[in-house]
Write a protein that binds this ligand. Sequence first.
Ligand SMILES: NC(=O)c1ccc[n+]([C@@H]2O[C@H](COP(=O)([O-])OP(=O)(O)OC[C@H]3O[C@@H](n4cnc5c(N)ncnc54)[C@H](OP(=O)(O)O)[C@@H]3O)[C@@H](O)[C@H]2O)c1
Length: 312
Amino acid sequence: MKIAILGASGLVGRTMLSQLEQCCWMSSPPLLLTSERSAGIKLNFRDEELVCHAVNENSFNGIEIALFSAGGSVSKKYAPIAVEAGAVVIDNSSAFRMDSNIPLVVPEINPTLTTGIIANPNCSTIQIAMALQPLHKEFGLLEAHITTLQAVSGAGKEAQQELKNKTVTQLDVLPKIGDPLPNGSFTEEEKVVNELRKIMSLPTLGITCLATRVPVWNGHSASIRAIFSTEVDREKAIQALALFPGVEVAKSEHEFKTATEITGKGEVAVGRLRLDPTNNKGLLLWVVADNLLKGAALNAVQIAGQIAEARS
Ligand SMILES: NC(=O)c1ccc[n+]([C@@H]2O[C@H](COP(=O)([O-])OP(=O)(O)OC[C@H]3O[C@@H](n4cnc5c(N)ncnc54)[C@H](OP(=O)(O)O)[C@@H]3O)[C@@H](O)[C@H]2O)c1
C-alpha cells in the first residue's frame, strides 16, 4: 500500500507520519509532500530520514492512499488530481465535508470503504460525536448544547508560535473561531452543528455550539448538555460509554481528564458525567481529546487502515 501525506511538515502531517510508523500495511515509507517552503526538509520515519517534496500535478502517480492536511484550497486543487491518478484521498480540511456525495467519517461510528474522497471531520466534532454516539444508542439523542475550549494547536504551527511569543498577561479566551456568519455564529460553530448531524445521521438534531480558543498548547475540551428522548440512567450511561471503542469514562461525577493529560493519547475521555438537575432526560458531560490525534491524524490513519486491510 503506497501512501502520500500532503502537508507533511504541518502539525497534523507530522502527527500522521508518527501514526503511520506503527502501521504494518504500508509497502514502503510514505511520500512526503509540502509547499515549496518546506521542500528539502527531512522528517524522521522509523529509523530513516524522509525528504519532503514540493507537491505538483504528478505527485500522486502510483499512490493508493493520500492523506491531505494542507488546508482547504490545496485540497480543492489536488484532491481531484489525486483521485484521477487512482488514489483514495482522506482529506482533513473542511473543503468537502458537507458535500452530500462525500462520506464524513469517524470509523467507530460510520466506517466506509469507498473510493474517491473521504472527509475527516472537524477536530472538535470528532470527540463530541464519539461521546454522544453511545449515549444516543442508549437513550435517543434529541438535543446537544456545546461549548468548546480549543487549543492553539488546532490552528496550526503558526498559531502555536504566536502563543509562544505572548507574555502571561496577554493570554486570553476568544469566543471566536473562524469567520463570522450572518446568523451570528462563527464558521467553527457551524461546522460542529452541521458535521455532527451528518456523522450521526440525525439531520434534525437540535444543536447549539459556542466555540472558544483558549491559551492551551494542545488538546480540545468540550462541555456538553445533552437531552434525550427517554429518561437517563447514570450507570447505564457510564456502561454505554465504557463499552464504546476509543472512549474512556470516569466513574465519579467529580473525576475528569484535562487537555494536557490527554495529549499524546488516542482516546476520547469523558468525565464530570452528571444527571441534569433540571431535566430527567438530560446529561451533563466534559469531553477531552488530543485534537492532533483522534481529532485529525489518528482518525485519518484509522480510515486508511480499514481501507488497506479490506484490500489486502
Ligand atoms: N491542527 C489541528 O488540530 C487540525 C485538526 C483537524 C483538521 N485540521 C486541518 O488540517 C489541515 C492542516 O492543519 P495543520 O494544523 O497541520 O496546519 P499547519 O501546521 O499550518 O500545516 C500546514 C501544512 O500545509 C502545507 N501547505 C500549506 N500551503 C500549501 C500549499 N500551497 N501547497 C502545499 N502544501 C501547503 C504546509 O507546508 P509548508 O510547511 O511548506 O508551508 C504544512 O505542511 C488544515 O486544513 C486544518 O484545518 C487541523
